[in-house]
Write a protein that binds this ligand. Structure first.
Ligand SMILES: Nc1ccn([C@@H]2O[C@H](COP(=O)(O)OP(=O)(O)OC[C@H](O)CO)[C@@H](O)[C@H]2O)c(=O)n1
Length: 355
């Protein structure tokens, strides 16, 4: 298959490849809509995950997979939460390799950290779900817990709940703390379904990046909640994204940040040349379409490949969307946009636009 906008992937072999998926938000309930009216397919999303795992296994060279969070939806009836989490975790276990999970707000609506973390084998520090791993000596992955300081997921009297509620009270005057009404510009991030990285975790991040720099490693930072305003809606941004990015920008080692949470996805390159890619939600794929992919990692670039299946004939369309900056290139075979105009672009790839 040709590459519609003329950008071809690199010819050399990747150092390694890894699978990506986010916001499966499975629940055994009828289809619904988001607060702003976007259709959500709660039962279909687990089929998207099944196809992701099948794709990663068939590829035969995917070293590990990343789940960027929110595996079960908050509308899942609470007496079904445990089974629903187990069911989704089991689908991930069908992948022939390790899966690194992140927790999202919807996970925390369903189960406490004490149950979630062991079910998903998430390493933690005092039930705070941050950790790092190195698939090869040259690369390091850092997983952040964006709900470290949060009004969801901790007991009501936990210091992190108290700190989060205090911040929300100061920053968001609405009675409904998930409502951004009246909040201006970046202040719109101060919503209850977001959170922050706490001081201890920030110190840990600093140490990890210092160590990665010494070891000459390139780093990919992953967090359910996006870290750059350019890659997400303001309502889906980490409360203290600026503090986290200050730490990241002290070093040259971080090349890309991956996130979920903002279901429409996004991409930006920040002031220091770090790429931020927010992945599209599996939950919002109408039956027959998909949102998952894998990333080929090269010495000086990452290439994101995502797949779109069209309804009916199940034909796989690989559309290339390339952008590059400095030492890192991210190629995206996209897209999961559901609008009629994008469907037309899918069917007429010559009209496909670069980001
Ligand atoms: N503009 C808005 C958006 C939301 N709310 C309130 O928030 C509740 C949850 O919204 P929802 O979109 O379902 O949240 P998710 O966690 O599934 O998705 C995260 C987003 O993608 C991040 O942008 C909703 O029930 C409303 O009470 C609101 O008031 N105003």
């Amino acid at each position: 298959m040709g590459y519609p906008n003329g950008v071809a992937p690199q010819g050399n072999q990747p150092l390694f490849s890894f699978g990506v998926i986010t916001d499966v938000q499975y629940a055994d309930i009828p289809d619904g809509r988001s607060f702003i009216g976007v259709p959500r397919y709660y039962r279909n999303s687990i089929l998207v995950l099944q196809r992701a795992v099948q794709k990663w296994n068939n590829h035969q060279n995917i070293s590990f997979s990343l789940n960027l969070g929110d595996i079960v939806d908050g509308y899942c009836p609470k007496d079904q939460s445990l089974n629903a989490v187990r069911k989704v975790a089991k689908e991930f276990e069908n992948f022939n390799g390790p899966v690194y999970h992140m927790i999202g707000n919807h996970c925390l609506y369903n189960l406490p950290r004490s149950k979630l973390l062991p079910l998903l084998s998430i390493p933690s520090v005092d039930t705070c779900a941050y950790y790092d791993f190195s698939p090869i000596p040259e690369y390091r992955f850092v997983v952040l817990d964006g709900y470290d300081i949060s009004a969801v997921g901790w007991p009501h009297d936990h210091p992190h709940t108290i700190e989060a509620l205090k911040l929300l009270d100061e920053k968001n005057p609405n009675v409904e703390k998930n409502s951004p009404n009246g909040l201006v510009d970046l202040e719109r991030r101060f919503l209850k379904f977001n959170g922050a990285v706490g001081k201890e975790q920030l110190k840990w991040l600093d140490n990890i990046l210092q160590d990665a720099t010494k070891s000459n490693q390139k780093v990919v930072v992953c967090c359910h909640i996006p870290l750059d305003p350019g890659a997400t809606s303001k309502e889906a941004l980490l409360w203290n994204y600026d503090e986290v990015m200050d730490v990241i920008h002290r070093y040259d080692c971080v090349k890309a940040c991956l996130g979920g949470h903002d279901h429409q996805g996004g991409h930006s390159v920040d002031s220091h040349g770090v790429h931020h890619r927010v992945l599209e939600a599996a939950l919002e794929c109408p039956p027959g379409t998909d949102a998952f992919g894998y990333i080929d990692v090269f010495e000086d670039s990452l290439e994101l490949l995502e797949f779109v299946f069209l309804n009916g004939n199940g034909e796989l369309l690989e559309l290339v969307n390339g952008y590059s900056s400095g030492s890192i290139t991210i190629m995206s075979y996209l897209t999961v946009d559901l609008s009629a105009s994008v469907r037309n672009q899918l069917l007429n790839p010559d009209s496909y636009q670069q980001y």
